[in-house]
Design a protein around this ligand. Structure first.
Ligand SMILES: NC(=O)c1ccc[n+]([C@@H]2O[C@H](COP(=O)([O-])OP(=O)(O)OC[C@H]3O[C@@H](n4cnc5c(N)ncnc54)[C@H](OP(=O)(O)O)[C@@H]3O)[C@@H](O)[C@H]2O)c1
Length: 332
């Protein structure tokens, strides 16, 4: 089969290549999935750069999620049950950027037929994170402000639509002023741009001087610090990404006397803490919220496997709109 392989960590457009590799065989409790499509997510790019929290042994194939058909089951009941079904391919070890992937049978999640392939390809990473952050980790009450940086990201857009759905108010921060109007139209209650003056001043003006009590940042560096400063007393900031790769400078007095706090979030840890019924509930909520358009991913580009270098470049292009998908045997 063909697979995207990288032998050393580095710039994705330089180190990834297509190779012929042996077809993998599923072991006990595993299934093999024939992949239909898989997204290029920031976490995949971080793995290739060698900057993700957990890194694979090299050579490796990236890809944490996607959609495919289970074509072979190893020994075990669960595998036999999903054989032949279309599934969301949740691959916590990575390896979905290939024509076939082997994963634990419990991580092959059948998805109702009315949800299209594109949305099954992007079913898990961002939607589950949005539900976890807004409804569980921060549990943003109705009517409260949620401050969101990188608000134009696929995940930021989902948070904005969930705010409308669940009744909390969203205040988005973007780096490009051109993105502001579109996010307002999407349903953001307010949008500011870091290019138009200090973020904390703009946020305080919108929230009546007090600042929001809830905030999310995947950017880090000075952008993350501005989000922290903009929050009101007692504010909680959850860091869930590191798009700049830079540390966030924090004034200790803001933590001590203003009682602001910072915590981290990683979906892998959070899902491991769910019970089986709890995880099933998350999957059901995702399916319903995709149907309602709330957790839908906009698709910004489709590439065949052979164009992997173009795909990884486009996935990080400034101002691109929507997720980049790698497609296997695309219809021309
Ligand atoms: N912790 C977890 O478990 C978890 C789970 C899911 C996602 N995430 C994180 O969530 C974030 C968003 O994911 P996604 O799939 O929605 O991403 P995406 O659709 O690829 O969007 C990336 C966004 O980040 C913005 N951006 C990139 N670099 C930036 C910088 N240096 N400063 C300010 N903005 C920057 C881009 O802005 P422009 O529009 O201006 O180009 C774009 O809107 C990523 O960091 C990802 O790793 C974390």
């Amino acid at each position: 089969m063909k697979a995207v392989v990288f032998e050393r960590f580095g710039e994705p457009s330089e180190v990834v290549e297509i190779r012929d590799v042996p077809l993998p065989e599923p072991g006990p409790g595993e299934v093999r999935v024939r992949m239909i499509a898989t997204p290029v997510n920031p976490s995949d790019i971080l793995v290739v750069r060698g900057r993700y929290g957990v890194l694979p042994k090299l050579p490796a194939t990236p890809g944490f999620e996607g959609v495919g058909i289970v074509d072979k089951a190893g020994p075990g009941l669960l595998g036999r049950w999903v054989e032949g079904k279309r599934v969301a391919v949740i691959n916590s070890a990575g390896g979905n950027w290939a024509e076939y992937a082997v994963i634990p049978a419990r991580q092959a999640r059948p998805v109702p037929a009315d949800i299209p392939d594109d949305q099954v390809a992007t079913f898990f990473v961002n939607p589950a994170t949005v539900i976890a952050l807004a409804r569980h980790v921060l549990a943003v009450p109705k009517g409260e402000w949620l401050l969101i940086s990188a608000a134009g990201s696929t995940l930021g857009r989902m948070l904005i639509r969930l705010g409308r759905h669940d009744g909390f108010r969203t205040l988005g921060v973007v780096r490009r002023p051109e993105a502001m109007e579109e996010l307002r139209r999407l349903g953001a209650d307010a949008v500011v741009s870091s290019s138009e003056g200090p973020v904390e001043d703009q946020v305080r003006a919108i929230t009546g001087g007090k600042g929001p009590r809830f905030a999310l940042d995947p950017v880090g560096g000075e952008a993350g610090a501005a989000i922290f400063r903009a929050m009101g007393d007692g504010g909680k900031l959850v860091l869930y990404g590191s798009l700049t790769g830079e540390p966030i400078p924090v004034d200790p007095r803001q933590v001590i006397s203003a009682r602001k706090s910072i915590q981290g979030f990683w979906l892998g840890h959070w899902m491991r803490e769910r019970s089986i019924p709890g995880a099933l509930l998350v999957f059901r909520q995702i399916a319903n919220l995709i149907r309602a358009g709330v957790l839908e991913s906009e698709i910004g580009g489709r590439y065949p496997l052979e164009q992997i270098r173009e795909a990884v470049t486009q996935a990080e292009a400034v101002g691109r709109s929507g997720k980049v998908l790698l497609e296997f045997n695309p219809k021309s």
